[in-house]
Structures are given as C-alpha cells and as structure tokens.
Design a protein around this ligand. Structure first.
Ligand code: SF4
Ligand code: SF4
Length: 174
C-alpha cells in the first residue's frame, strides 16, 4: 500500500510534468511525424499501371474498365489500412501519404476517390488496352520498339511470333 510519502512524491512528479493530455477535439491532436494516414493520388502523375491495386492488401484500390474507352482507378478510404504499400510500388511517385485520420462522415460517397484514364487503342486491331499515359510512359522508359508498344498484348504476341517465323526462314526481323 502506498504511504503518505509515496503519494506526495507522485503529486510532485505530476506537478513538474504539467498537463500531458490534450483537449482534443477542442485543440489539435498531437500526431507523430511517422504516423500513417490516408493516401492522396496525384491524378496528373498517375499512369494507370495498376501496380498499387496489386499491392493493396484490403482491396482499397481497385481498377476497372468503364464506359467507352476509360480505365478508372478507385480509392475507397473506408477499406484502407494505411499500410502505404501502394506508395512503395508506384513507379511514378503519384501517391503520397498524409497524416490525415479524421475521416468520419455521414456520406459514404465522401470516402471514394477516382482517377479516370483514357485507354490506348491498338494500331493493329483497334482494340483497347492499357492507358494512353501508361503507353507513353513505356515508350519513354522501356527497351521496347514503338512497333510493339503501339499494339495490344495479343497483337504484340502475334507480331513477335511472326517475327520468329521469319527469322527461322532466314528473313530479317521487323
Ligand atoms: S495504404 Fe495500404 S491499404 Fe491503403 S490504399 Fe495503400 S496499399 Fe491499400
Ligand atoms: S501505381 Fe501509381 S501510377 Fe500506377 S495506377 Fe497506382 S497510382 Fe497510378
């Protein structure tokens, strides 16, 4: 059992420390610098590659093809566990983490964000594939000829097979 002296000691320590709690929400909360909150996607940087979708554990990020030639990246913050894996995998640094955590709302639509991309069309079969921005990114970065990147995966594969056939027959590659 605590004696009178022990009690006085605790009072002295508490008096020296001062108030250690905050009157949140009447004053701003203390949020540490490494706190992980909701993410923000910069739609001017996003190329619609889908890497973040594959990396997201709770499917807070999803991608779907919609309408006539659009690919939409959706972020549903209600599912987000703030792990920030998406930030690590984005090839163009389009995602940044914030320290925002006060996300309660009475309108579920407030929890949805979307980035809309135009899809690229294949120069061979006119089919839609990838996105215009991803195609431009690949053309700039990847060691793949313009001949190939302009085509959908199926036409690219067929073109490659035709090239192999030609090479086998002694003709030069396209
Ligand atoms: S922070 Fe984690 S859970 Fe949230 S969108 Fe990114 S990968 Fe998904
Ligand atoms: S990984 Fe980055 S560029 Fe790719 S879809 Fe996600 S936000 Fe966009």
């Amino acid at each position: 059992m605590m004696g009178k002296l022990g009690f006085v000691k605790i009072l002295v320590i508490a008096a020296e420390a001062g108030r250690v709690t905050r009157k949140y929400p009447y004053e701003p909360p203390l949020v540490s610098s490494d706190f992980r909150g909701k993410i923000e996607i910069d739609e001017t940087k996003c190329i619609g590659c889908g890497s973040c979708v594959l990396a997201c554990p709770p499917n807070a990020l999803v991608m779907s093809d919609e309408g006539e030639g659009y690919r939409v990246l959706k972020y549903f913050v209600g599912r987000c566990i703030f792990c920030w894996r998406c930030i690590d995998v984005c090839p163009v640094d389009a995602i940044k983490g914030t320290r925002e955590f006060e996300l309660a709302t009475d309108n579920v639509e407030d929890l949805d964000e979307a980035v809309i991309h135009k899809r690229a069309s294949c120069t061979e079969c006119n089919g839609l594939y990838s996105t215009v921005k991803q195609k431009a990114y690949v053309m700039e970065k990847a060691p793949i000829t313009e001949n190939y990147v302009d085509k959908c995966p199926e036409c690219r594969r067929n073109k490659l097979l035709r090239a192999f056939e030609k090479r086998r027959g002694g003709e030069s590659l396209e």
